[in-house]
Design a protein around this ligand. Sequence first.
Ligand code: PMP
Length: 439
Amino acid sequence: MTQAPLETRITSEQLLDATRAVIAGGGSSNMRNLGVTTPLVLDRSAGCRLWDVEGNELIDVNMGYGPHLFGYADPDVLGVVAQQLRLGAITGIPHRLDHQAGELIAATVPTIEQVRFANSGTEAITSALRLARHLTGRSGVVTFEGHYHGWSETVLRKMAITSNGEDPQGAVPGAPGMIPSALSHTFQLPWNDVAALERLFTEHGTEIAAVILEPICGNAGVVQPLPGFVKQIAELTARHGALLVFDEVITGYRVALGGAQELLGVRPDLTILSKVMGGGFPVAAFGGSKEILAPLARNEAFHAGVFAGNHAAMAAVVAMVSKLSRDPSVYDTLNVLSSYLEQRLAAAFADAGRHVRITRAGSVMSIALLTGPQKTESDYDAAVPLIDFTAHRRFQILCQEAGVYFHPNPLEPWFLSTAHTPDVLDAVVDAVQKSLVRL
Ligand code: PMP
């Protein structure tokens, strides 16, 4: 007798419990495990929708943390990747797709002439920062509060703390098990505070190899840079011989074809790409001018990876970046859809008499319930202490029950896609309104 597959016989909750017995925490990322308020184990996804193992359908506005600009299972990307899978997914030998992928990126991202591919944002950032240290002969890395750059030893730190008691600019390790001195060359400053950066460069300028930032911050909710702030960072890094590193893991191919650097008109020395570039497949890249990448071209600086630039990932990059290049009007479309949702949500929260912080950069949006009225949009320090994390978590549970999934951490943004058509967005607002009544 053939047995029904395990998933068809049990609930999400039961399957998650069973998974927790064999996968620590139930999922292979802490962020994913923290994303579980009501157990949800998926069977499949398409467009902007998820189906769990019990057959329940949800609208997703988290969208896998952002890669799926055209929605899940986009046939244009899947078709190219599926064809490549039949022709070989990974061989460890240069492939014709490498050239195409590199050319497409160089043609679309203003400051990139050359890249190296990696498998995750963390990997690409680790290599880029090591390259910056090699090029400058310095060790220091400057980060900003609320900006996330993966989990490597140099940059995983408590994102919202500037002071460790002794050094007001010291960064504090973000996880147990990190070498206590791992961050001894990492500085952390408040976002949008040019005076703090000037002071740091005056005191430590000759130690600083790189300043790394999300040019539009997406990991503290969306926090835009104040007008001119990123340009001022670029001037300071250039003046002091440090490199400017844009972490465009979220913003690359998301806020514009040329990323945040195109929107802001600022030229970083190194850029990190991932998420949208791979259309849902695991791939990242770091790149810049040929001069900056020269130590890698000479195989003097070290960057490697069995799966780095594998053929399936290159196929995904080629499919995605060529699709975006063919029709960059997709960014206007997404902006119109996102603006519509933003306005409708703001009205829904106002009608419900709830304080909320809604911020947006194109199709990246963040929504956080607050304990009181918001003072300023751009100030991370002012906004975060007001967030009502408990109410937000409850709100997330209610929305999930009403058929809409987003991450329960209000600092994780919502990502819209072309699959989020106006009727879908109306359904999202409907679920939000119902949830606010029950909150
Ligand atoms: N940088 C930014 C801006 C990110 O948002 C993320 C992940 N969300 C990373 C780096 C790390 O990327 P990964 O999880 O692929 O290592």
